[in-house]
Structure formats: structure tokens, C-alpha cells
Design a binder for this molecule. Structure first.
Ligand SMILES: Cc1ncc(COP(=O)(O)O)c(C=O)c1O
Length: 376
């Protein structure tokens, strides 16, 4: 009998969330961002739920190959472009579109022998200072690309650093959007500016600008909230695409003064009953989630107690009447959908661990068996 832990991937939730991206940017095409093995969901599973996207955006060539193997003939965008010159051969063969963010990538293109002219997304560093040409170098890069026979079409992109936050009283994106508009106003080509936060948060005239021509829906496709806790999944009508669940494999009755787990970080101040859950940091549950992290037992909310260890963690069963007689074998929802319509948003668990839902999804461990759910 394997350990009772498993991850469920909810295909209908992926489709629902993608529809939410479309509804938020009705005039745009939607890239489903499936980098990092589809944010930990498994690229094949994510593809099932996201196949009505207009394209798939990712980083790794093997992930691009996987999407082609699944039969996808539409656009695939390499968000970081090529990492070395020979990657261009695969781009030609698989018809991959690729970001161009630095001079080296243009040099490689200029030397590339191909009968298949490439579609590229020229990236502006509009203020995040991660990848991209500075505003002063951007137009020269565009002209260089435009002169290459290897290049067929040039689209323009940038990435926002603060789309999820109010910043300095502004809207988080104003300075970067202004930089992009100033430099790109009279350049032809499609645009791709917005991640999930920028897609969801803006309305009116600003939305029009942000939603042309492609939006890049990452975290929202998986039901994660880009601007939690300001907004939650219910606010944006997003559904969890991943559930992590397990069972209680042991029960302990504590007396006042008893401690729990490594480092004895939790001490009972009253008699209490705790359950030991088959889930630990080696499964991808965050070790930094301290006592008090929300968790569901048989669909009811309670909290963790003590430190998370490699394979186990403890939950407080004291206030759960249905678990009173035993608790042993009860279903535990670490995040996602619980029984009887209950839900524990991954964002809440992430917050308790001082991180973001993105990190928890991506960290789901290989040892956790995955079941794909095709029905609601
Ligand atoms: C260039 C780029 N575009 C889009 C995304 C998707 O962002 P999000 O998951 O916040 O929607 C990412 C993710 O980090 C990214 O790096």
C-alpha cells in the first residue's frame, strides 16, 4: 500500500481559469504560460485543460517538444528565447517563436541558416531589469532584426515587475507602460505586455492597452491569485487546478506541557488531540509553514501544530467532533479542493509559509503520485 498522499490535477478548473483570462482580456489572444512543467501541474495534464489557448509560452525546449508531441500545431513562444546558437535549429524545425532579449541572440540569428524565417518577440526592459533591451538600445535592436532575412515578423513584449501591487500610490505598472509606449508607439507588430495580475486588475482604457494583442496567463490559469491577499480566488472567480491531499496515519492525545515534533516548537497549553498527516517537506509542503497554518480535515478547517518534518506534519483535531472518536484515516486537504465542496486556497497556505502560491505549486515533489481528474 503506497503512502496515502496524492495530488489531483483538475482539468475542468484549468479550462475554467483560461476562460476567465479570456473574459478579462476579450480582445486579446491568450498565451497559456506552461513553464516550469506547467507550474508543477505536469505539462501533459495542463495541456488537456488549456488546449483552447491561442498559444503556449514556456522556457525549455524539451517542454516545447512535449507540446508539439501532444499534437499542438499552433504558436509556442520561448519566453527567454534561445540559450545557445543551436537552439535556433529546433526553433526552425518546430516552428517556435522566441523572445529576443539581448544582442547575442541577434548575432546567432544573423548566422543561422534557415529556410524558415522566424517570428520573434523583441523584449524591452521597461524597468524590471531582468531581461530585455534598455529603452535606448531597443529601436536599434528592432532595426537590426528587421534587416535580417532570417526574421519574418517582429512582435514587441515587456514584463511588469509590480502588476500585482499598488506602488507609491500609482498602479504598479504606469512607469513601465509609459516606457513601453514611448519606445514602441510607432513600431509595427503585435504586442504582449500583461501577466495574470495586469490582465485581471485593470479596467477601461488602460485595459485596452494592456490587453493588446497577447496576454500571458500564468498563475491565474492554475487558480492561483497574483495579488493575494488584496484579492482572493473567489474575488477573481478562479478555481484550484491542483489539490494536495493525504490522510491521518496516527493520532496522539496531548496533555498540557506536551510538545510536538522536532525542536519542540509547539507546546500544548491544554489537553488536545492531534493527528499525524502523511505529508512533509519531501512532498513539497513548505517547511516554513509554522503552527497555525490552515488545513482541512474531512473538509473542516483546522490548523497545523509544530514543525513540518520530512514525511509528516501534525494537525489539531481537538475542535473537530467528527474526528473525536478516532481521526485516524481522515482525509486531509493540504491545499485545493476538499470533500463536500470545501476549498483551501493554496495562497493561504503559501502566506502562512511566507511565500506565494507559485512556489508551492512548482515545488510539488516527484514522489507524490498525480491523478488527473477530468470531471468537475
Ligand atoms: C515573461 C513572463 N511572462 C508571463 C509570466 C506569467 O506570469 P503570471 O504567472 O504572474 O501570470 C511570467 C511568469 O513569471 C513571465 O516570466
Amino acid at each position: 500500500m503506497p503512502r496515502p498522499i496524492e495530488a489531483l490535477i483538475h482539468v475542468p478548473a484549468l479550462a475554467h481559469n483560461l476562460a476567465r483570462a479570456r473574459a478579462s482580456a476579450p480582445d486579446a489572444k491568450v498565451w497559456a504560460v506552461v513553464k516550469a512543467n506547467a507550474y508543477g501541474h505536469g505539462i501533459e495534464h495542463a495541456f488537456e485543460g488549456l488546449r483552447s489557448a491561442d498559444g503556449f509560452a514556456l522556457l525549455d525546449l524539451d517542454e516545447a517538444q512535449a507540446i508539439r508531441r501532444l499534437g499542438w500545431r499552433g504558436p509556442i513562444l520561448l519566453l527567454e528565447g534561445c540559450f545557445e546558437t543551436r537552439d535556433l535549429e529546433l526553433c526552425s524545425r518546430l516552428k517556435l517563436w522566441h523572445a529576443v532579449h539581448c544582442e547575442q541572440q541577434i548575432d546567432w540569428l544573423a548566422m543561422h541558416k534557415t529556410h524558415e524565417p522566424h517570428r520573434v518577440f523583441l523584449k524591452l526592459n521597461s524597468g524590471m531589469n531582468r531581461l530585455g533591451f534598455t529603452p535606448s538600445a531597443f529601436r536599434a535592436a528592432w532595426h537590426r532584426l528587421n534587416a535580417l532575412p532570417q526574421v519574418d515578423e517582429i512582435s514587441l513584449m515587456t514584463h511588469f515587475s509590480d502588476a500585482d501591487a499598488q506602488r507609491l500610490g500609482g498602479d504598479g505598472i504606469a512607469h513601465q507602460l509609459a516606457a513601453f509606449e514611448a519606445i514602441a508607439a510607432d513600431l509595427p507588430g503585435e504586442r504582449s505586455l500583461s501577466n495574470s495580475a495586469a490582465t485581471l486588475r485593470h479596467t477601461g482604457r488602460l485595459k485596452e492597452k494592456l490587453s493588446s494583442d497577447w496576454v500571458r496567463a500564468g498563475i491565474m490559469s492554475y487558480g492561483g491569485v497574483p495579488d493575494f491577499p488584496e484579492h482572493d480566488a473567489a474575488h477573481w472567480d478562479l478555481r484550484p487546478a491542483m489539490t494536495l491531499r493525504s490522510k491521518i496515519i496516527g493520532v496522539q492525545q496531548l496533555q498540557p506541557g506536551d510538545t510536538v515534533g522536532y525542536g519542540s516548537s509547539f507546546t500544548a497549553t491544554q489537553a488536545m488531540r492531534i493527528g499525524i498527516v502523511a505529508c512533509g517537506y519531501a512532498d513539497g509542503y513548505p517547511r516554513h509553514a509554522g503552527s497555525g497554518t490552515p488545513i482541512l480535515v474531512d473538509g473542516q478547517r483546522t490548523t497545523t501544530v509544530g514543525r513540518v518534518s520530512m514525511d509528516m506534519l501534525a494537525v489539531d483535531l481537538t475542535a473537530l467532533p467528527q474526528a473525536e472518536s478516532s481521526g485516524w484515516g481522515s482525509e486531509v486537504t493540504l491545499w485545493g479542493n476538499g470533500p463536500k465542496g470545501s476549498v483551501l486556497p493554496i495562497d493561504e497556505v503559501a502566506r502562512a509559509a511566507g511565500t506565494i502560491g507559485y512556489e508551492l505549486m512548482c515545488a510539488l515533489a516527484r514522489r507524490v503520485p498525480v491523478t488527473v481528474q477530468h470531471l468537475e
